[in-house]
Design a protein around this ligand. Sequence first.
Ligand code: TYM
Length: 337
Amino acid sequence: MTTKTNRILSGITPSGNSLHIGNYFGAVKPQIELQNDSSKETFYFVADLHALTTVHDQKTLEKNILGVVLDYLSLGLDPEKCVFFRQSQVPAHTQLAIVLANYISFGQMQRMHAFKDKLQKDIGVESINMGLFNYPILMAADILLYKPFGIPVGEDQRQHIELTRDIAENFNRTYQQEEFPLPEPLISKQVGKIVGTDGQRKMSKSLGNTIGIFEDEAVIRKQIMSCFTDPNRKKATDPGKVDGNPIFIYHDLINDNQDEVTDLKSRYQAGQVGDVEVKEKLFLAHQRMFEAARKRRLALANDLELVTKILAMGADKAGQVANATLTEVYKIIGVKN
Ligand code: TYM
């Protein structure tokens, strides 16, 4: 067994065509920080095959994949420092998933949140595709192929990593080998679950409560302007609540002008500022924070040859590690070619 105690891995599903600030603060930013820590070896990928659970239109999927690849690179992923690739370009992911499915029970799979939530929302099992049911097994393969130590993700991925650990333990126990080190979820208490603009639920594209990063300015302005604030504050002269108020959660994350945030909070608590001013200032802070990334994205979108090269280089590097693990696994289970 090769334990890589310094190896980090994570992925993003291109179920939509661009990332939101929940993805950024909960996952991408911590991932970039780890990439910039030279003691760590980082693997990041776009989990394109995972998107098939919901996206069944060729053009849409292509657009989503390219969109998320561009977002990731523009936000600071550096292909010289990390291995950046597309899941579908490394066939070992699907090959290992087929093997791993044999080391987890149907009962445990039925307890996975994504499946249970879908079951509650929809009419029943007839409307749930097997890709969604099997999703956590493919995710376990994504992880275990690289024998990483840590998985930087948001809180919503915790259960998937726990399942990955269970699969790894079952496999190791079955063959009395320490083939797979157990990966640790690296989830921040502060930013592991960024609330949506409805102030109620986790920010999520499917809930329509996001603030984008790369959308047109008019769209982002609208998303910010329609953000939920303190529901008990009827007019600007009412004293407002700052704690847990999404607009101030976002100010704390986005606004580089600390004095401005402090001033807005105290005026808000004293009933001396309207929601519109607080939101306008957030919009301006958003523009400052993501201006450089937005410029990089425009430039990259005009150089798709470079993007293709980056992904090919990443798939090659990732493939070497993944294939070595798959070869070990095939030998252990008894299908050595
Ligand atoms: P995905 O694409 O849904 O989300 C990408 C990352 O963003 C995090 N995230 C959030 N963090 C904080 N607050 C939020 N509101 C918020 N919304 C999303 C997610 O937790 C995630 O880290 N199954 C994964 C992709 C995946 C993967 C993997 C991850 C496939 N294979 C292997 C790690 C390792 C997913 O769908 O994430």
